[in-house]
Design a protein around this ligand. Structure first.
Ligand code: ADP
Ligand code: ZN
Length: 601
């Protein structure tokens, strides 16, 4: 049943009938009513927060076509496929579209049958395109991933700058900018660039309670990754490993393949074909592990990413949150694991110092990095710290779904330990890495120790009562606290930093976290409730076949969450099926009978 505008004007009816959702979430309703009534504004919601409906519903409520600016072709195609499944006339215009198809899109546009048009910024800003749109009723402009307009962010797209012209040429048409980045500076930049200074900002709830947050020092990344995969075994869905460098994506994917996993690498340096293939496999719902740089991300709206693991420290809480936000968009339990080392922090600091950026920009980058480090080394709830970066102060002290809340670390007075380590660094001439310092502290007569006569230092063996891991942890925490620095541009030698002096002189007390053997505390419930249910599996199988037949990703037919609800409720009639979240009118008509047959069998 193609959407024929029957409920135009009533957002809630559109939501029920077209999208099959019983109600709006968070601030969606407010935004939808504002835009449906002709207002403009900026929406800040986390990834997975439900931004798409904020413009899709008002576009269907208003006259004319909703024009959605989107930076990525893959993103557009996904959204268009999903909308068509819901019976909404949608199309995309971008540089990869064959000439003939583009003509078809223009025809529908002029006939007035198109309700949503996704378009790349370059394409939209062509004079011919703007002229065309000026002749037509336009329901609204939605500017997705609006942070691309800002040079402050990490995703600046020069083409986005030109979008300011929309406010000049289409002053009476609602313009809605949407982003998951909430950084204050970026927000102001978006408002200024897009002419939204006098329009409201809608800030959605940033918490994603279904994502379990964990962070751990990177001791042995292969083993740590394997442990995660072992816990996830048997849970359907995909995973993403974010790596700091291109080479690491390839090495990691290779290692995982050797372990028998279906792993792919993805980074900006691969050729276009390989990137498209990887994207396609991921998008169509294969159970793959994507080992990627942050180049992989925008435009992924696969709902069943079950976990995201970072092998290197992200550069800011904003980027980290955006990346982990790709997990669990279906609302089912998901995990985010962050692995980091002392070198990461030092390396990131050096990168900032050496970058050609302006001093003001460097200062911001440093603050972001400090906030990120604080989360990684958090002695209390990580989610609370993270949400504070987005201006959300939570009431409770304990989120109950992060590793710190499950197993709060004990703090101890580490002043003496810190002094021992700092003096080992000092007395060896600040020319050696952490591993050598640990050898000296533990009193190990290695070749290197002998070569430099470090066994004759007073610090030799003063740390023999504590294991290696303890000393590595002290070193890392001292780097995080600004007492040690790692000279990354050379050979990773450890040098004293500003905070070392007061500690060595006994003027500053150092509190350290006791590293506890993890995982402690209750294991996260990582398996969607339904997996293992034979009916759920049968429904997934039916969906896979259906999706293959139509060459669309499985989740545009039904999400796992919807299938899980169907499996639990076992509806016997179309009416009962229609009551399930995610089953709208069009899908009921297309798939209702088939789903009921699967249930009956
Ligand atoms: P974003 O663009 O903000 O990252 P999406 O618009 O893709 O997020 O929405 C994330 C998920 O939440 C989607 O699977 C969508 O179907 C679901 N969703 C959004 N709004 C609602 C709602 N009101 N009721 C039920 N599900 C919703
Ligand atoms: Zn917590």
């Amino acid at each position: 049943m193609p959407y024929d505008g029957r409920f135009a004007g009533d957002p809630l009816q559109v939501l029920n009938a077209v999208f099959g959702h019983p109600g709006f979430r968070g601030r969606q309703e407010e935004v939808v009513r504002h835009v449906a009534g002709g207002g403009s504004g900026l929406v800040l919601m986390p990834t997975g927060g439900g931004k798409s409906l904020c413009y899709q519903v008002p576009a269907l409520c208003r006259d004319g076509v909703g024009v959605v600016v989107s930076p990525l072709i893959a993103l557009m195609e996904d959204q268009v496929a999903a909308l068509r499944q819901q019976g909404v006339a949608a199309a995309a215009l971008h540089s990869d579209l064959p000439e003939g198809e583009a003509r078809g899109v223009f025809r529908d546009l002029h006939d007035g049958t198109l309700k949503l048009l996704y378009v790349s910024p370059e394409r939209l800003l062509l004079e011919s395109m703007l002229n065309r749109l000026e002749q037509l009723p336009v329901a609204l402009f939605a500017i997705d991933e609006a942070h691309c307009v800002s040079q402050w962010g990490h995703h600046f797209r020069p083409e986005y700058r030109g979008l300011g012209v929309l406010s000049e040429r289409f002053g009476r048409t609602p313009r809605l900018a949407l982003t998951a980045t909430a950084d204050a500076r970026t927000v102001e930049d978006i408002r200024a660039q897009l002419g939204l200074r006098d329009d409201p900002v809608f800030r959605g709830g940033f918490d994603r309670p279904n994502i379990r947050i964990e962070a751990a020092p990177r001791e042995s990344e292969r083993a740590q990754l394997r442990a995660l995969l072992k816990e996830q075994a048997g849970t359907p869905g995909a995973g993403i490993v974010y790596c700091g460098t291109r080479a690491r994506t390839e090495k990691t994917a290779e290692a995982l393949r050797a372990d028998g996993f279906d792993a792919l690498a993805f980074h900006a340096g691969m050729d276009a074909e390989a990137k498209r293939d990887a994207h396609r496999r991921f998008a169509r719902g294969d159970e793959v592990i994507m080992c990627a740089t942050i180049a992989f991300g925008m435009g992924i709206d696969r709902p069943d990413v079950r976990w995201v693991c970072h092998l290197d420290l992200p550069r800011s809480p904003e980027s980290w949150y955006q990346e982990i936000g790709r997990a669990g968009r279906d609302g089912l339990p998901a995990r985010a694991l962050l692995l980091y080392g002392a070198n990461d922090i030092a390396l990131a600091r050096h990168r900032i110092e050496e970058s050609p950026a302006a001093p003001e920009q460097k200062r911001i980058e440093r603050q972001r990095l400090d906030a990120m480090t604080a989360i990684a080394e958090a002695p209390a709830c990580r989610r609370k710290l993270l949400l504070r970066c987005f201006g959300e102060d939570t009431e409770s002290e304990n989120c109950g779904n992060c590793d710190v809340c499950h197993a709060p670390p004990k703090l101890f007075d580490g002043t003496v330990a810190a002094q021992k380590l700092l003096s080992a660094a000092y007395r060896t001439g600040q020319r050696f890495g952490v591993l050598h310092l640990v050898d000296v502290l533990r009193g190990r007569l290695t070749e290197k120790v002998a070569q430099f006569s470090h066994d004759r230092l007073p610090t030799f063996g003063i740390g023999k009562d504590e294991p290696d891991g303890f000393w590595r942890s002290v070193a890392r925490q001292l780097v995080a606290q600004g007492a040690l620095d790692v000279a990354v541009e050379n050979h990773g030698e450890v040098v004293l930093a500003e905070e070392a002096r007061p500690i060595l002189k006994g003027e500053r007390k150092v509190m350290l976290r006791e590293e506890i053997a993890k995982p402690a505390g209750p294991k996260a419930r990582v398996t969607p409730a339904a997996s293992g249910d034979p009916l759920f599996e049968k429904l997934r199988e039916w969906r896979r076949t259906e999706a293959q037949g139509q060459a669309v990703p499985p989740y545009v037919i039904f999400h796992d969450k919807t299938l899980a609800e169907i499996a639990a409720a076992k509806p016997r009639t179309l009416d009962q099926l229609a009551a399930i979240n995610g089953v709208g009118g069009s899908k009921l008509q297309r798939y209702g009978a088939a789903v009921l047959r699967v249930i009956a069998a």
